[in-house]
Write a protein that binds this ligand. Structure first.
Ligand code: CUA
Length: 327
């Protein structure tokens, strides 16, 4: 793990921007509203705290003979009732204004809305583009500069979708669909995280939002609509890997479009070779990462549903070559 890029993939630092996964570095209109509200509250409450501290010091050090500028009743009314009411009400209004601004974007042409369905699983994210016929996992590709509609639900327990630089948290609840409008101002890679404790591997339930230019996004969608190896013969090692994959039981849980693998317990692997991480941000998607994961997923993410597969070294190498060819 000497390559810093690999370390960054699995740490809470975004590999491209080098910025921490923080809502204080907003990269979209919704997160900008949230950050603005946060700073406003921080400044106002810091000022109030400073004022209270000063009054406390004055009370401690003033001499008994000094007359206070306000009588006790007036002081309690002004500082204990009027001020909190005004400040709380002002923040209620500014919070409501920010909430309304981030709930639904204005002036959208419904025909131009991209919908992405995200289902939380213990412990990974299923990502589906119903209008494009694409299914992937743990990575949400979006066009930058335009709001996309996320429909969030869960297959098991409550999870929470949180890409701090783009938006606030939204729960994924079994049997219910919540909507979140996600928008990135610029192209970039934004890391996100499950923000609701959902069991043993809650901390290993990360994802990436990949914001692309419009043309890049269209090219991506075009490419991912078709199975990667359609029409082309596989290299011998990858072809051997496909045989092993279909023979040892991988296909019972995973789907690879265009093959006999149609399992839906684990992530869709149709384009696994081009994803950034494995195990929802647990390992970098390199040759070594893939081999380590396939050989013993329980070593990296104990309790996840993928069992150890007993493979001979030659078989493991072949499966890794096959999966890496699925770009
Ligand atoms: Cu899913 Cu925490």
């Amino acid at each position: 793990m000497s390559n810093p890029a690999l370390i960054l993939t699995i740490a809470a630092i975004e590999p491209t921007s080098g910025r921490s996964q923080s809502m204080l570095w907003p990269a979209g209109p919704a997160s900008a509203q949230i950050a603005w509200l946060w700073w406003l509250m921080f400044i106002v409450y810091t000022a109030i705290f400073a004022a209270v501290t000063i009054l406390l010091l004055v009370a401690i050090f003033r001499s008994r003979s000094d007359r206070p500028p306000l009588g006790p009743t007036a002081f309690i009314f002004a500082g204990g009732i009027a001020l909190p009411v005004v400040v709380s009400f002002a923040f209620l209004l500014t919070s409501l204004k920010a909430t309304l601004a981030i709930i639904t974007p204005q002036g959208l042409d419904p025909a131009d809305v991209l919908t992405i369905r995200i289902t939380g699983h213990r412990w990974w994210w299923e990502v589906e583009y119903p209008d494009l016929g694409i299914v992937t996992a743990n990575e949400v590709q979006i066009p930058a500069g335009r709001p996309v509609r996320l429909e969030l639900t869960s297959a098991d327990v409550i999870h929470s979708f949180w890409a701090p630089r783009l938006h606030g948290k939204m729960d994924l609840i079994p049997g219910r669909t919540n909507t979140l409008w996600l928008q990135a101002s610029e192209r970039g890679l934004y890391r996100g995280q499950c923000a609701e404790y959902c069991g043993l591997q809650h901390a290993h339930m990360a994802f990436f939002v990949v914001a692309l230019d419009r043309e890049e996004f269209d090219a991506w969608a075009q490419k991912k609509r078709v199975p990667p190896t359609q029409g082309e013969p596989l290299e011998p090692l990858a072809a051997r890997g496909r045989e092993v994959f279909m023979a040892v039981g991988c296909k019972e849980c995973h789907a690879i479009r265009g093959t006999q693998a149609i399992g839906n317990t684990g992530p869709d692997l149709t384009h696994i070779g081009s994803r950034r991480s494995l195990g929802a941000g647990t390992l970098p998607n390199t040759r070594g990462g893939m081999a380590a994961w396939v050989a013993d997923p329980q070593a990296f993410k104990p309790g996840n549903l993928m069992p150890r597969t007993e493979l001979a070294p030659e078989e493991l190498q072949a499966v890794v070559a096959y999966l890496r060819s699925l770009e």
